[in-house]
Design a protein around this ligand. Structure first.
Ligand SMILES: *Cc1c(COP(=O)(O)O)cnc(C)c1O
Length: 345
């Protein structure tokens, strides 16, 4: 076997993403005993229960389980956009950079990345007015959609404050834009702000939330909006190959995941601890707002490799090293991480 003598034998500490969490005993037990039916022919009862519960939490008329956040975003954009319509999204948004361009080539939208003129990952209401506030000329694009992301992943899990959200919604309305919210980590934003998730969906037409990130479900997201939207969304999901039959086994995991939203606060505390410790070791890290810590280093690839040799798994994100805290890394693991980095430098 190929062997690098510098590779540590210590236990791996996995900060690559909050998607690496594994379903625990309670979740597996709920999955094993879930009541199920064919969700393509009729409705799977557990799937239905999950969708109702998420619609309630987000204060939408209805909701639809989807296998991934990317599919949830794509379904929403597909239904909002007509071919050649322009949509606005902050630079680095998942819909722009991490979904293989499907917003353009399947949903048919012309993306317009917006500067972060209101803070990391955040655009201003004025900027929306500038680009979408007047009728397009004969040869101009029709801007019809604003796509928000809260928290913003590539900016470092940054949270959009409530007042700012309302200003953007007002600007979108004045410019006659629909609004989609990529809320893959909306739960984190709600915990960080101490407000209900439904306060962060006020004024949006559609929203996508993930169950497989910090909440630990093995699979699944939910896309939500009006009854009419969800009826159409079911059809698009089928078109994309996302009709699932006895999906209740997966939905059961989602229901357990939803009980764990409050525990995200622990991940936020651990992220702060990690950031403080890294700064004390001479790293350059901005204070995290949620569970993502971005470290600016001269050579990202080398830093990720160096950390890997210490048994600390991270990844590159937006030209920095990204550490994501989650329910499978403890405070003791964070201290161990800092200890290993401190001993190596
Ligand atoms: C993870 C993520 C998604 C969805 O990702 P999938 O891997 O398709 O589930 C969407 N938006 C953001 C901001 C994300 O971080």
């Amino acid at each position: 076997m190929w062997c690098d003598p510098t590779v540590t034998q210590q236990p791996l500490l996995d900060f690559r993403s909050d998607t690496v969490t594994k379903p625990d005993e309670a979740m597996r037990a709920a999955m094993a005993s879930a009541e199920v039916a064919d969700d393509v022919l009729e409705r799977d009862p557990t799937m239905h229960a999950l969708e109702e519960r998420v619609a309630g939490l987000l204060n939408t008329e209805a909701a639809l389980w989807v296998p991934s956040g990317s599919m949830g975003n794509l379904i929403a954009l597909f239904l909002h956009l007509r071919r050649g319509d322009r949509f606005l999204a902050a630079h680095g948004s998942h819909v722009l950079d991490n979904e293989l361009g499907t917003a353009a080539w399947i949903a048919g939208g012309m993306p317009h990345p917006m500067d972060w003129d209101a803070g990391p990952g955040r655009m201003s209401a004025a900027a929306i007015h500038d680009i979408a506030g007047s009728e397009p000329s004969y040869h101009g694009l029709n801007t019809t959609l604003l796509s928000l992301e809260n928290t913003h992943n590539a900016a470092g899990g940054t949270v959009m404050p409530l007042e700012e959200h309302m200003q953007l919604i007002a600007a979108a309305r004045e410019c006659r834009l629909r609004v989609h919210l990529d809320g893959a980590r909306l739960w984190n934003a709600s915990v960080a702000l101490g407000v209900a998730p439904s306060e962060l969906t006020v004024g949006v037409d559609t929203v996508q939330v993930c169950l497989s990130k910090g909440l630990g479900a093995p699979v699944g997201s939910v896309v939500a909006g009006t009854e009419d939207f969800v009826t159409e969304a079911r059809r698009v999901r089928k078109m994309l190959g996302g009709g699932v039959r006895q999906g209740g086994i997966l939905a059961a995991a989602g229901l357990i995941a939803l009980d764990r939203v409050d525990a995200l606060a622990d991940d936020h505390v651990n992220a702060k601890l990690l950031a403080e410790g890294l700064n004390e070791l001479g790293w350059s890290v901005r204070e995290p707002e949620t569970n993502i810590v971005l470290a600016a280093v001269p050579d990202v690839r080398n830093a990720v490799k160096m950390l890997g040799r210490l048994g600390i798994q991270t990844g590159p994100m937006a030209g920095q090293v990204r550490f994501v805290t989650h329910r499978d890394v403890s405070t003791a693991d964070v201290k161990e991480t800092l200890h290993r980095i401190g001993s190596a430098s």
